[in-house]
Write a protein that binds this ligand. Sequence first.
Ligand code: ZN
Length: 284
Amino acid sequence: MILFELFPAYTASAAIVAFALSLLVGSFLNVIIYRLPVMMEREWQEAVQSANQPDVTPDTSTFNLAHPRSRCQECGHLIRWFENIPVVSWLFLKGKCSQCGTSISTRYPLIEFFSACVGGFIGWQFGFTTLGLALLVFTWALIALTFIDIDHQLLPDAITLPLLWLGLLLNSFELITTLEDAVWGAMLGYLSLWSVYWLFKLATGKEGMGFGDFKLLAAIGAWGGVLTLPMTILFSSVAGVLFAMVMMAIGKQQANNPMPFGPYLAIAGWCAILWGGPILSWYL
Ligand SMILES: [Zn+2]
């Protein structure tokens, strides 16, 4: 059920709006990708310190998604608003800090541009619809999770759990699938990887994946329903194994080193929901 369709015919304008919006959000995703794991680390350290060494005062200076304001990591130069325009500022500054000339990672504009392109695609496919807006939010969350997992081998609950609840909420209006299908999707998504984890652990004594992976697959199931799960698991496993084999072949990855599974789940789940599940009938 589509809640509203403003101008379903003007998908080109929807693509442009979604592109621009995702460019701005991409800039915020960079902040989340960098700061959320630091915030979790600080919380964790505070907890450990208060349990073990009550006399040691932890670093309590404010650090969240908004404070302190972004600075050059080299010289401390405060990033002004016009130096913070997605992609444009980076190009204008030629990828360097305006104060000290230290180069700024190409990763920031690339994540912004990537978010904008994927967002633009969603706008083009789904127009100004509730489904289009919902899928944009879904896509942005997956982008943040992917890069946090690549950096830290971590999928924060602060993103996976709200994503799961949002999927159930939207499907209580049957946005993508029925609520019953969504609930089963969330449950089986969690339990399937949870079972694999325990079987692997009992058989080898090692941990093959993290609890964040179960929660991410549960969220994907909550959005797309049960039918998206087999496809997501199949695609992500095949892609993960192929990538690991390539990396091992070129000597960049040891067989025993852990590698993040979240990015494969995110990409496979995104494709499964767009092309493999109930949305397919929406296209046709
Ligand atoms: Zn600087």
